[in-house]
Design a protein. Structure first.
Length: 354
């Protein structure tokens, strides 16, 4: 028995309300008095923000587990100068969890505000500086993020996926347009996200990073786990490269939904079909099972191929209109919330949430 398995068992014993009754993919948990499902959303950047903005509308039991591989912009500068976790994606997640009242929207704007100057503060986001200041004051990233969330009135909790900052490395074919057939190792999340070549695979450095225990515990105690949408290689797949977190995703009794992007991302997934997104996910995490794959109905030209790809994960495909009506490749939070709510109710409802 590995040390990681022992740690997962200890975390499972620590999670509240997790019993043996209702175990298994056919019957997850006995009826509960909880008023809403416990949901854990994994990702980073604007994709995770879209998912959180939708999920907070349907549950008050929400935890975001956020990638920590960003090395660009304000986050990259703070990471390099102060040797801290990159705060940018954590800040975006907190902003997405702010309420729709004046307090929530005011604080969402404040922490997203970026200074414009000709000095060292140029480009820094207020929320990044606030988060890093509390990290230095408290010496505990999780405690500091909980305190920021309390200040903002965030409707959920935000956790980093790993306790150390990660470097993303990718094998890319044609990163140099002058050598289209050669495969190079590309380093850094910002570089991978914008590569003109074809990303073949990604890994993180260190290769066996420690997961944040609270993130692992949240996954083990969840009713639903939501992965995606977001930058596939730099925001979604990295969660599967943290061994303890992947083990928790494989072993959890929660049901799992994968939310696909509305369009391929220039650079990272240029030319990818919806089913190809699933194929690369399977290559990085062959033991991962899914219950539902959610996609916008207008973004799936070949429904049969997507259904076949989903079957390899043991998943059903749910198609729903989740895009904004302005034609932009962005999710509409109300439509996405309706899609999640329908999935939670139709696919293995665990208890009387309402």
């Amino acid at each position: 028995m590995t040390g990681r398995t022992l740690r997962l068992r200890r975390l499972r014993r620590l999670t509240p309300g997790r019993g043996e009754e209702g175990a298994g993919r056919g019957g997850r948990r006995a009826a509960s008095k909880v008023a809403a499902p416990k949901v854990v959303a994994l990702g980073g950047g604007m994709g995770l923000s879209a998912s959180l903005a939708a999920l907070r509308r349907i549950t008050g039991e929400l935890t975001a587990v956020v990638t920590v591989a960003d090395d660009g912009g304000s986050s990259g500068r703070l990471r390099e100068e102060l040797s801290v976790l990159p705060p940018g994606d954590l800040r975006k997640a907190l902003a997405a969890l702010c309420g729709d009242d004046d307090w929530g929207q005011t604080w969402a704007r404040v922490i997203q505000h970026r200074f414009q100057s000709e000095g060292d503060l140029h480009g820094h986001a207020v929320g990044n500086l606030l988060i890093v200041a509390l990290w230095e004051q408290l010496g505990d990233p999780v405690q500091a993020l909980d305190l920021v969330g309390k200040l903002l009135g965030a409707q959920g909790r935000v956790l980093p996926m790993s306790a150390v900052p990660l470097e993303l490395q990718a094998l890319v074919r044609g990163h140099d347009p002058a050598r289209p057939d050669e495969v190079d190792t590309v380093r850094g999340q910002a570089t991978v996200a914008l590569t003109p070549g074809e990303v073949l695979s990604v890994q993180v450095v260190p290769t066996d990073p420690p997961a944040v225990p609270e993130a692992v515990a949240a996954v083990l105690d969840a009713d639903w786990v939501v992965l995606g949408p977001g930058s596939w290689f730099s925001s979604v797949i990295p969660h599967l490269l943290v061994p303890e977190l992947l083990d928790a995703l494989v072993q959890t009794k929660a049901r799992r939904v994968l939310s696909l992007n509305l369009a391929p991302q220039p650079g990272e997934t240029e030319g990818f079909s919806p089913q190809r997104h699933l194929e690369v996910l399977a290559r990085h995490a062959p033991k991962l099972a899914l219950d539902v794959v959610l996609a916008d109905e207008a973004a799936v030209p070949d429904r049969e191929s997507l259904a076949d790809a989903a079957k390899r994960f043991g998943a059903a495909v749910e198609l729903a209109p989740v895009a904004r009506q302005d034609g932009s490749p962005k999710h509409d939070p109300e439509l996405l919330a309706a899609a999640y709510d329908r999935i939670f109710r139709m696919h293995g409802r665990i208890g009387p949430w309402r």
